[in-house]
Design a protein around this ligand. Structure first.
Ligand SMILES: [Zn+2]
Length: 340
């Protein structure tokens, strides 16, 4: 295993510029397909962790070892900042806070989910089940996926948020200031943190280098029960991030991004192409979102059923908003047909 220390990073390590700015990446294992999650230790006053990793003994051990390798101890952590509600980032927050007495900071939108994790996760699963039935996913796939989700739930945990962050506010440190921006889309609570002086953006899963961030359809925060247009929201958030002056984006998974505008333009092009492809499939004949997902990806693993459905519905939303398709109902299932 590569030992990551402030002194030990080679010049060719993509995280070396971050380390030089006192931001150290700790890659914490997760049980998810995405692989390790990036937790960042900010060496400043207060000593801060950005995210904590999933709730498991292995992850906790690695987190403690990583912090020790940087010459600190878990009990020295004074602040934990949460980037969004997903359990690979959130699960260990409460354990870290319990051991260190650290403050826990999260954007206002995330507080209900974080504080009532089990209830909220169950409500998300119920919402997802309704969306899956509505969009033609067979009952056996839905119930298998619900079991998987239940099994994964213990990788998250509730945490008490002691400091509620607002969009646009500054978090002051001894040696830096991070501006808080709410950038929903991948989840309803995605938050990015901008060091304007150093032109660094802590972006978590809002922008990833190696994969496009999944605009997961998640129960909306207003409690309306309407299906939110997650991809539409995500693209609006990306447009705002594209305008930011940053040289280095530190993501929640994988390597840093040094040219965020090109990467965001690639993402825009990808989503345009995918929307056109889905429009083509719908123009051939009316189809449900599940039929479209099968036409694109073939046999879909149970664990991927909701991700791929979110992906398809996101692009259908773009087509619906542009007036290129319309939704009709067939035996209680939403079917999309071309309207121009
Ligand atoms: Zn993640």
């Amino acid at each position: 295993m590569v030992r990551t220390t402030a002194q030990g990073l080679g010049a060719d390590d993509p995280f070396a510029p971050a380390a030089a700015a006192g931001i150290h990446r700790l890659a914490i294992p997760t049980p998810f397909a995405v692989g390790r999650v990036n937790v960042y230790l900010i060496e400043d006053e207060p000593l801060t962790l950005v995210d904590a990793g999933p709730n498991s003994g292995t992850s906790f051990d690695e987190l403690q070892r990583g912090i020790a390798g940087l010459g600190h101890s878990l009990v020295d952590i004074e602040l934990v900042i949460l980037t969004h509600q997903h359990i690979d980032h959130l699960g260990l927050v409460s354990l870290v806070a319990a051991h260190s007495g650290a403050e826990v900071a999260a954007i206002d939108a995330a507080v209900p989910f974080v504080e009532h994790y089990s209830l909220e996760a169950q409500a998300d699963d119920d919402f997802a089940r309704d969306i899956m039935f509505r969009n033609g996913i067979p009952e056996d796939v839905v119930s298998a996926l619900q079991s998987v989700s239940q099994a994964f739930r213990a990788w998250g945990a509730r945490a008490h948020v002691t400091r509620v962050l607002r969009d646009g506010e500054d978090i002051g440190f001894g040696d830096r200031t991070l501006r808080v921006h709410h950038r929903p889309g991948h989840s309803p609570t995605d938050t990015v943190f901008h060091d304007r002086e150093r032109r660094i953006l802590l972006a978590a899963d809002h922008l990833l280098k190696h994969i496009s961030s999944n605009p997961l359809i998640t129960r909306s925060l207003d409690g309306s029960g309407e299906r939110p247009q997650a991809l539409v929201t995500y693209l609006e958030s990306l447009r705002k991030t594209r305008e930011m002056d940053v040289d280095l984006v530190l993501p929640g998974h994988g390597d840093p991004i040094t040219d965020h505008r090109s990467l965001i333009d690639e993402r825009f092009a990808l989503h345009r192409r995918r929307a056109d492809k889905i429009h083509g499939l719908i123009a051939e004949r009316p189809r449900s979102a599940y039929e479209i997902a099968r036409a694109i990806w073939g046999n879909i693993a149970v664990t991927q059923a909701y991700l791929t459905l979110s992906e398809v519905l996101g692009h259908i939303d773009l087509l619906l908003n542009a007036g290129r398709v319309r939704e009709v109902e067939r035996n209680g299932v939403a079917v999309f047909e071309a309207s121009g």
